[in-house]
Design a protein around this ligand. Structure first.
Ligand SMILES: Cc1cc2nc3c(=O)[nH]c(=O)nc-3n(C[C@H](O)[C@H](O)[C@H](O)COP(=O)(O)OP(=O)(O)OC[C@H]3O[C@@H](n4cnc5c(N)ncnc54)[C@H](O)[C@@H]3O)c2cc1C
Length: 391
């Protein structure tokens, strides 16, 4: 079979799935389909909300806030995104905040954002690949006779699982690849259970708010300590088209665990309570009088499966050679955009090798390792601060 005839089904159009498809295509495997549930666009946790407030469209980043670059392979992707005008460096001032303490600058961290919200990143990547959006993959089955994957009643030579959480574990449960299913089993909680052999994910609440007036703060974003809040970020400092002061406030893992409800059916009373608590926390950490904090728009969202607390480090991806199936995602490298992208690249290369006859399992026996990160992800301080992938 020629490379062009090889078909790959990629379930998940987040950064890992999109990068995997794009790299496969670069390697000559052009017949892949990325299935994603996104109604408006793919992107998964790297996406934005475009919200009309007072008749004008405003951009809010409601999960990924920025990304960093420390890996040369990812740097190449960022250069490409920059050439396509999808990303830029954000010169905003990022600090560490503790109640009653002076803000402390986060140093040695070069920060990138999308040009029209973080959504610009998956938008640009998806222009390179074939995406079937608004599609829920509900069944996958490995046929041992014809050695192909049946995915929602269509046949593919390879299957890529580019998402995690309960859905991925459920999807793979009766797929005919029990080792892959085992790796995808998942627990939830804000603190990693000791000696766990199972992937663990935390949840995070996010509050979006728009203020009619500018806040007199000396910084644009902050990692927050000793509060119910872990991060605050000013979207208006990122996106000049925003006319109001638009902030994203992200809770801690513990706060989210204490206010856990089904993500799809958030009771209005919980929505109100979380909005009130996060607004109070926002006022407290920014030293603002709560009475003067009168947003003209608020929206809360729960990311039930927000970020992994342990990662299956080692290979960057998982691949089972006997049944043409692989996994990519942030939890195989590190919980961040860069980690997801590097994992997608790794899996594409393994699949390409497999098509050329290299019948090797990858990462199947690796162990999950705990990883200490910020609630919103892992951001290795940039050793080469002046290494600029945008050049
Ligand atoms: C609140 C929050 C803030 C964050 N902030 C940052 C940050 O500032 N910087 C940073 O680098 N990282 C941040 N992260 C982490 C970052 O979002 C992730 O590491 C990265 O986006 C993961 O990409 P992925 O491709 O592995 O998975 P995902 O983005 O989760 O993509 C998986 C995709 O698969 C789809 N899918 C699932 N099941 C199916 C199915 N059955 N059929 C079809 N499609 C399916 C999902 O809808 C989703 O689109 C943050 C995460 C959260 C939750």
């Amino acid at each position: 079979m020629s490379e062009k005839e090889i078909s790959v089904a990629i379930v998940g159009g987040g950064i890992s799935g999109l990068v995997c498809a794009a790299r496969l295509s670069q390697l000559g495997i052009t017949n892949s389909v990325v299935f994603d549930t996104g109604k408006h666009a793919p992107g998964g946790r790297c996406s934005s909300r475009y919200i009309t407030v007072n008749g004008k469209l405003h951009i809010f980043d409601h999960a990924v806030q920025f990304f960093t670059v420390s890996d040369q392979r990812f740097a190449k992707i960022v250069s490409f995104l920059n050439n396509k005008k999808a990303v830029r460096i954000w010169p905003g001032r990022i600090v560490r905040l503790r109640v009653d303490k002076e803000p402390e600058d986060v140093k040695n961290m070069q920060v990138f954002i999308g040009t029209r919200g973080m959504q610009s990143v998956p938008e640009c990547l998806s222009s390179l690949v074939h995406v079937e959006g608004d599609t829920w993959v509900s069944s996958v089955l490995w046929d041992t006779v014809i050695k192909k994957w049946n995915v929602n009643d269509r046949w593919f030579d390879y299957l890529v699982v580019a998402h995690n959480g309960k859905c991925a574990a459920r999807l793979m449960a009766d797929s005919g690849a029990p080792e892959i299913h085992n790796l995808l089993k998942v627990k939830f909680g804000p603190v990693l259970s000791p000696h766990t052999h199972v992937m663990q994910l935390c949840s995070l609440w996010v509050l979006l708010l728009a203020l009619p007036h500018k806040m007199a703060l000396s910084y644009d974003a902050a990692f927050v300590e000793h509060s119910d809040i872990s991060w605050i970020g000013n979207n208006t400092s990122k996106y000049s088209e925003n006319q109001m002061e638009c902030w994203t406030v992200i809770s801690t893992k513990t706060f989210a665990a204490n206010h856990k409800v089904p993500q799809e059916f958030i009771p209005p009373s919980k929505e109100k309570e979380v909005t009130r608590l996060l607004l109070n926390g926002f006022a407290e950490v920014t030293g603002t009088d709560r009475k003067t904090l009168t947003p003209c728009f608020t929206k809360v969202q729960l990311w039930g499966a927000a970020n992994p607390l342990n990662v299956l480090q080692g290979a960057g991806c998982v691949f089972q050679a006997s049944c043409n199936v692989g996994i990519c995602g942030d939890w195989l490298v590190s919980p961040c955009v860069e980690g997801a992208a590097v994992s997608g690249l790794a899996l594409a290369e393994v699949i390409c090798q497999h098509t050329k006859g290299e019948r090797k399992d990858v990462g199947l026996k690796n162990q999950l390792q705990p990883l200490e990160t910020a609630a919103i992800g892992a951001f290795p301080l940039n050793k080469h601060l002046f290494f600029n992938p945008l050049k």
